[in-house]
Design a protein around this ligand. Structure first.
Ligand code: NAD
Length: 351
């Protein structure tokens, strides 16, 4: 199968590329490499060796898409802090560009479009379990942009074109493009770097979490599945057993990283984002792609990586592994425009 993967140089994409390749698929990437200075370890591995169209997803046309069997769409603004920077740009990239990319794919005859949506669509949902029919209640610009993208994609579905909505839980795990702005990664890195596990909320909100390898496994299963299993379907990507209150995750880190202690940041209060998700549909539809990682295994994996690689407080708090800080730094230095496009002299370094 020929796969066009947007965002293949990101946190999830760099892990997904070898997963798809192991399945015998040819992967071509499309990423402007916003985080080119943010590699954890020596290099980005297989994702750095495939062809990269190197274009902004806002600029893709049907000509770029012809000949592919599936588009796997990871590219875009990945979380709440970045999404809040400029909600209009977030909407432009996550919603408008996603829908126009899907239209271009459909026009080029690509039959399947797998959209990396999010459980953030459910937003403030309290503590009842939500399956894919759960009501949307996004509380951030990021969540709203993903909901609007799903709503823009659905009407494109027809006999020739199948959009699929992959609502991933909050990701964790080691990647060549590791991020510290995700709860499990953040708590573990903070613990290793400082000896403290710092909670910025009161620890009560629920979060569903999923390892990035399990996300990649689910996406590949959907790419390979017969059309009638996935056509216009939504899947919560994770495991129903992997819903935790933030304080539970913090206690887990306390157990794994010796000599550490949970602490609450000054003014830590409730967090609006709170949801528990039922992911049984994914496991039921694709038993071979059931998540294999637990949060506990992820903390252990991260702890091991931080022990081998080392992680300092400066690095942890700095722009290398925090996407918002990284983007803000590049905008301030003029290398990136406020619309998150590279300044002309940088653009040449992408492809
Ligand atoms: N990480 C999570 O917890 C999580 C959870 C649910 C959904 N998702 C979704 O999965 C996708 C991938 O997430 P991630 O954590 O790997 O994000 P990431 O930020 O690490 O990677 C996104 C990649 O997209 C590229 N990109 C951004 N804007 C672009 C543009 N306009 N044109 C071309 N390339 C562009 C970036 O350079 C980056 O390499 C995102 O859509 C995100 O919303 C992530």
């Amino acid at each position: 199968m020929r796969v066009l993967m947007t965002g293949h140089l990101g946190y999830i994409g760099t892990v997904a590329v070898p997963f798809f390749q192991e399945g015998g698929h040819e992967v071509v990437g499309c990423d402007t490499d916003l985080y080119r200075a943010c590699t954890f370890g020596p290099d980005v591995g297989a994702a750095g060796r495939i062809r990269n169209l190197g274009l902004d997803i806002r600029d893709l046309t049907p000509d770029h898409l012809s000949g592919f069997d599936v588009v796997v769409h990871y590219g875009g603004i990945p979380n709440d802090p970045l999404g809040d920077l400029d909600p209009e740009v977030t909407m432009q990239i996550n919603t408008e560009a996603t829908v126009s990319l899907a239209k271009a794919a459909k026009q080029a005859g690509v039959p399947r479009f797998i959209f990396s949506s999010s459980c953030s669509n459910y937003g403030a949902a309290g503590d009842t379990f939500l399956d894919e029919d759960g009501a949307f209640n996004p509380v951030t610009a990021y969540g709203r942009s993903k909901v609007a993208a799903e709503q823009g994609l659905a009407p494109l579905a027809d006999a020739r074109f199948s959009p699929v909505f992959m609502r991933s839980a909050t990701a964790f795990g080691v990647s060549p493009r590791l991020r510290f702005d995700l709860v499990i990664n953040n708590l573990t890195a903070w613990a290793v770097a400082t000896g403290d596990i710092l909670l910025k909320s009161d620890g009560t909100p629920w979060r569903a979490v999923v390892h990035i390898e399990d996300i990649a496994r689910a996406f590949r299963a959907v790419a390979e599945a017969p059309r009638d299993l996935v056509h216009l379907q939504a899947f919560n990507v994770g495991a129903t057993s992997e819903n935790y209150q933030i304080l539970e995750l913090a206690r887990m880190v306390e157990e794994v990283v010796p000599g550490t202690k949970v602490r609450f940041a000054e003014g830590a209060g409730p967090d609006l984002r709170c949801y528990r998700v039922n992911c049984d549909k994914l496991a039921r539809t694709f038993p071979h792609a059931k998540p294999r990682w637990t949060a506990r295994m992820g903390v252990e994996q991260l702890y091991e990586a931080f022990r081998n690689h080392g992680v300092s407080k400066e690095e942890f708090e700095g722009p290398r592994f925090q996407r918002k800080a990284h983007v803000l730094g590049n905008i301030a230095s003029g290398t990136l425009t406020s619309e998150l496009r590279w300044a002309p002299q940088q653009e040449a370094k992408v492809a």
